[in-house]
Design a protein around this ligand. Structure first.
Ligand code: AVJ
Length: 359
């Protein structure tokens, strides 16, 4: 999933009617896999609701309303990750740029590219022909952001890719002899379980040549009370965000989830023996009920009190994460944390394997 943007229907329509501007001289645009039917045929939903415990894929949070709610979450007093990461980028983006030198930038799940602007500022200082390729599954957000960035950065060259990480990384054109830096912010890595995380890091490893860079932002372990407050905010925005996944499924797959029969539940699961350290977001069924998703020809029965897990958000232990990255030949070159060690920014470099991709 991606950090998303402030974007409403009006802006989206405007971006649509500005098609002509997508022919901008500094913009290349690619829509991949015709909005990925394979990823959106609902099979993952059936699969998730058929297992124990029941789960839903967290990317269904991000319809238009969900994206707007996520932006609101980022500004909540309890939700420290966004502003902590922003602070790290404000302080260290110039140092990152100095360490890598001029690079082509590719961001996974760019959303509004809000925090990325700090990185663009730093790399613009090094390079008058900076190239930035944002990748996002939401073409609407991507277009609005692209037009905005072209306006704000008069020499920036943009290459927008609307699609999944897998599709985009496979197609990403190599147009310059420059080094590439892949950027993955917002602790979105935490939404992947261990197996998914390994697959994802394999993908990163493959997309980089030896010597190239991966800039990663991750949320770290900290007292449960702070974590749980961040996912149970006083204004109830996170609860609304969590429940909105049902509205999205109702619309997308002709479902009949009744939101008044579910409640938001988020807690920190720290189980050293099981190697787990994660916030879990669930929706708890307030009564026994059967829900149908007509377009999928699927029904699911829920017991009173049974939950649907909608998201995991893993909280990392830096030495363990470092080891995992090293095992994927993308070793951290330098790691920065804030004074409380709540969040980390890691600049990693693709290593070479003797005999395989270096002498
Ligand atoms: C940006 C997807 C990583 O897990 O903290 C915020 C999403 N979920 N509040 C996170 C989220 C609930 C966020 N990610």
């Amino acid at each position: 999933m991606q950090s998303t943007s402030q974007f409403n229907q009006a802006q989206f329509n405007q971006a649509q009617s500005n098609q002509a501007q997508l022919d901008h001289a500094r913009l290349r645009w690619m829509t991949l896999g015709a909005s990925e039917p394979s990823a959106d045929d609902g099979s993952e939903i059936i699969q998730g609701l058929s297992q124990t415990p029941k789960t839903l894929p967290c990317r269904y949070f991000y319809d238009d309303l969900g994206s707007a709610l996520f932006e609101k979450i980022c500004d909540l007093p309890e939700y420290y990750p966004t502003r902590t990461e922003q602070g790290l980028l404000e302080t260290y983006a110039a140092e990152v740029a100095a360490l890598t030198g001029s690079c082509e930038l590719v961001e996974l799940g760019s959303g509004s590219s809000r925090k990325t602007r700090l990185i663009l500022d730093a790399y613009s200082q090094l390079d008058d022909h900076l190239q930035y390729c944002p990748i996002d599954v939401s073409a609407g957000i991507l277009k609005i952001t692209a037009l905005d960035l072209l306006d704000q950065y008069p020499t920036l060259r943009l290459c927008g890719l609307a699609g999944t990480y897998e599709q985009a990384l496979a197609k990403l054109p190599r147009t310059t002899p420059k080094n590439r830096m892949l950027i993955f912010l917002g602790s979105t890595l935490g939404n992947l379980n261990d197996a998914e995380c390994h697959n994802f890091l394999d993908l990163i490893q493959t997309a980089l040549q030896p010597g190239e860079f991966f800039l990663l932002g991750v949320d770290l372990q900290k007292p449960a009370a702070i974590l749980e407050a961040a996912y149970n905010d006083a204004q109830g925005v996170t609860a609304a965000f969590n429940l909105n996944i049902l509205t999205h499924l109702n619309r997308r797959f002709q479902g009949n989830f009744d939101l008044s029969k579910f409640e938001h539940w988020a807690f920190y699961r720290a189980d050293a023996a099981a190697g787990l350290s994660q916030i879990e977001m669930h929706l708890r069924s307030l009564q026994a009920q059967t829900v149908s998703l007509e377009a999928l020809n699927f029904e699911v029965a829920l017991e009173a009190g049974e939950t649907l897990r909608t998201e995991i958000s893993r909280k990392f232990h830096l030495p363990t994460l470092t080891e995992m990255l090293e095992n994927h030949a993308i070793a951290p070159l330098k790691t920065w944390t804030d004074p409380k060690s709540w969040f980390a920014l890691l600049l990693c470099q693709r290593q070479c394997t003797p005999g395989v991709d270096c002498p």
